[in-house]
Design a protein around this ligand. Structure first.
Ligand code: ATP
Length: 736
């Protein structure tokens, strides 16, 4: 309701003015603050915290809070009015200790705003379960410091607020949803950090948004235990990272590690190599649909390299490397046994199994050096004994009597040198006895790919794939080029041979578009980041990379997490209108896959999905060009989504020749900044636009198969308010 109409308008306005004044006062206090502590590090830390606080205050001055709950704790008389905002505010002038003027949305009690219905409620906090009575839930719309709306919430009013938020037009960045988080989303955001989670959420269910809110929640809740850089987000590509980049600072979070699987691998395997464009394979698959053998072999290779069986075979390869490194003889120095070959082998294979080969070598060298130190007097005795023996032998040798003195002198000098350089000589011997892995990880991998005895185990029934592995090895040798499917193998070899210390401190890792990764990728991340828990978010129905990804979360749960994780489902879609979601559901419903779950749209209606037939592609572009100005007046973001870049290129040429300013997002490194963008279907995943135009919805483009069904579904579900599909000749079977 309009704020002025509300019975508490006066009271609420006074309070808002008071809060604004308090914020102003704190800002002034902070800007005039002088730092008298002597230690520079301490000052730097305090200045950093103050700057962070200042930023928060400055943003919240215009919109300090969005909600209020009135709560009376069981067995307490006082009814508390709790105002909820993005940043907390304490009344420092108050006589009472630490009166909260604004409570952070992430605080334990704030969960009542998102979850609790009016009446008896409870929430969890470090002190335990707190129960009580919730008598009011209120929402405020405050813009530029003015109270515009006050809404007292029952279940239906909450929907009203949500609908209003969803009606908004979107620009090039994803926004936070703190004031309208839904109960099922709140549960995921606040889920226990110590357990891993897999979220299967339909298109537009808020997975990306929730992922970022969860990070913000975890950082706040565990601020005394973990630093922001111990949290990591893995996003599908740079385009996507750019799309979400505003949200964490909006939520008051900085310094969280944000990366892609490609960059993460490059960070772990600190060697120079390039990764062929992920889309290349998808493009090849899309463009060679008719060549069934080629498509099948491309898919087969990807599946092999991303499955856990690949790890089993790589493990055998690593064992072979270890066996090559391990000496067959005992290490004996100056007649003293330092280590037996059998003991060394046992230590490697049993005691140090959890360490990388390099670390095992370093540890075992430490052990051998200690043994050397402890045996020094025996070693010295042996040196004296052998030298003495040589002197005796020399003295007995009457033939060389003339040189004897000279020789004895030499022997004594040698003795002195062997005693003096005992340690140096031992280290030298030890280093030749046990050699560290010398080759680069890429070199090892290149070798692995041409070892028939391993590769045969992977493709025993598919002989024709053998050449492909050989070709790949050559490509690594000559171009230092791998495929995205090779990343788990590279991580694995690095981890097992050298160690992957760069990221082992990570405490929690959030992976978006998680359906794009296979079991091997998850396994190796888990193995490297032993202390970390995971939140994996994805949608099987959008698994356009199913050749290398996951099509069954149960598989990941059992094989990777050994059942120690929970799968949660989100079926409500918030992005699209009912009309668009229904049309998209019909498309994905035609894809045969029992793991695909259909989305339920929020009850928000919009224009019917238009399917428009034209005589030629030229006519389609003409039509888009005529309509585009009207659409630009109506929407902040418009996307023309072609199936692939070849199609985009034609459209781009025609549109620019008509003077239309369109930005072509060609690859995952592109920058997304304009009102109208043109992009291929596979790059659209994860993004959203007010209006989507699909210029090639005909049978010639989207055939009745799983991949085309998923690609079309992804394109359609990018639209918030309007979807137009053009086609020439016959409309795709998927759309009928
Ligand atoms: N509780 C909510 N309140 C307001 N808006 C919401 C809410 N949940 C989701 N949204 C909006 O729905 C849209 C979709 O969210 P998001 O992109 O996070 O979904 P997703 O599940 O990652 O989608 P996809 O898998 O299709 O890429 C966004 O515009 C987001 O702001």
């Amino acid at each position: 309701m309009e704020a002025k109409m509300h019975k508490d308008y006066m009271e609420e306005t006074e309070r808002l003015e008071y809060i604004k004044q308090m914020i102003e006062e704190e800002i002034v206090l902070l800007s005039n603050k002088t730092y008298t502590v002597l230690n520079e590090d301490v000052i730097a830390e305090i200045v950093y915290m103050d700057n962070q606080r200042m930023k928060k205050l400055e943003t919240s001055a215009h919109n300090p809070y969005f909600g209020r709950i009135d709560f009376r704790e069981r067995n307490q008389d006082k009814l508390e009015n709790i105002y909820i905002g993005k940043a907390s505010l304490m009344d420092t002038d108050s006589d009472e200790d630490g009166v909260m003027l604004i409570t952070d949305w992430r605080a334990p009690i704030s969960t009542l705003y998102y979850d609790g219905n009016i009446g008896s409620v409870k929430y969890n906090c470090p002190a335990g379960n707190i129960g009580g009575e919730l008598s009011l839930k209120r929402n405020y719309k405050i813009e530029n410091g003015h109270l515009e709306k006050i809404t007292d919430i029952d279940v239906s009013a909450l929907d009203e607020m949500l609908l209003e938020a969803l009606e908004d037009k979107k620009d090039t960045k994803l926004k936070d949803i703190v004031s309208t988080i839904q109960s099922e989303q709140n549960e995921i955001i606040r889920a226990d950090l110590t357990k891993s989670l897999i979220i299967q959420g339909v298109a537009g269910s808020g997975k990306t948004t929730i992922a970022l809110h969860r990070i913000a929640y975890l950082i706040y809740t565990y601020q005394h235990r973990y630093r922001p850089h111990e949290f990591m987000i893995i996003a599908p590509n740079k385009l996507f990272l750019q799309y979400i980049e505003d949200m964490l600072p909006e939520l008051g979070v900085e310094d969280v590690e944000q990366t892609t699987m490609e960059d993460l691998t490059k960070n772990i395997v600190a060697e120079h190599f390039s990764i062929s464009e992920d889309d290349d394979k998808l493009k090849k698959i899309i463009e060679n649909e008719s060549d069934k053998n080629l498509v099948e072999s491309l898919r087969a290779i990807s599946r092999i390299k991303t499955d856990l069986k690949y790890k089993v075979i790589l493990e055998e390869f690593v064992d072979e490397i270890i066996n090559e490194i391990l000496p067959k003889d005992d290490l004996i120095f100056e007649g003293v046994l330092i280590i037996e070959a059998s003991e060394l082998s046992r230590i490697f294979h049993e005691n140090y199994k959890r360490y990388s080969v390099l670390k095992s070598i370093k540890l075992v060298k430490k052990l051998m050096t200690t043994r050397f130190e402890n045996s020094k007097s025996d070693i010295e005795d042996n040196i004296y004994a052998t030298i003495n023996q040589r002197q005796i032998n020399l003295e007995k040798d009457e033939k060389n009597i003339s040189n004897q003195n000279e020789e004895i002198k030499k022997i004594h000098l040698e003795q002195q040198s062997r005693i003096k350089n005992m340690k140096k000589n031992f280290i030298k011997l030890m280093n030749t006895y046990l050699k560290e892995p010398k080759q680069s990880i890429l070199k090892y991998y290149e070798k692995f790919l041409i070892k028939d005895k391993f590769i045969n185990k992977l493709i025993s029934d598919k002989e024709y794939l053998m050449d492909y592995f050989k070709e790949m090895s050559k490509n690594i040798r000559t171009n230092k080029m791998v495929e995205i499917e090779d990343l788990p193998a590279l991580m694995y070899l690095q981890h097992k041979l050298i160690g992957a210390k760069n990221i082992s401190n990570t405490k929690h890792i959030v992976i978006d578009e998680g359906q794009d990764f296979g079991t091997f990728q998850y396994y190796i991340l888990r193995d490297i980041m032993k202390e970390a828990t995971f939140t994996i978010l994805g949608d099987i129905a959008q698994g356009i990379n199913y050749h290398r990804g996951t099509s069954d979360w149960e598989d990941v749960k059992q094989k990777v997490f050994k059942d120690q994780c929970q799968i949660k489902y989100l079926q409500q879609s918030y992005r699209t209108t009912v009309e668009i979601m229904n049309a998209a559901n019909e498309v994905i419903g035609k894809v045969e896959d029992e793991n695909i779950i259909l989305a339920h749209p929020v009850l928000r209606h919009g224009a019917q999905v238009e399917k428009i037939k034209k005589d030629s592609y030229g006519d389609i572009v003409d039509c888009i060009a005529t309509e585009i100005n009207k659409l630009m007046d109506k929407y902040n973001s418009i996307a023309i989504i072609g199936k692939n870049n070849q199609q985009c290129e034609k459209i781009y040429d025609q549109m620019t020749s008509k003077g239309i300013d369109v930005q072509w997002l060609k690859d995952r490194e592109s920058e997304y900044s304009q009102q109208i963008v043109l992009l291929p279907s596979y790059l659209a995943k994860g993004l959203e636009f007010d209006c989507v135009i699909i210029p090639g919805g005909g049978e010639d483009n989207y055939k009745m198969n799983k991949l085309d069904g998923m690609l079309l579904y992804v394109c359609m579900t990018r639209a918030l308010h309007e979807l137009r599909i053009y086609y020439v000749n016959e409309c795709s079977e998927l759309l009928k």
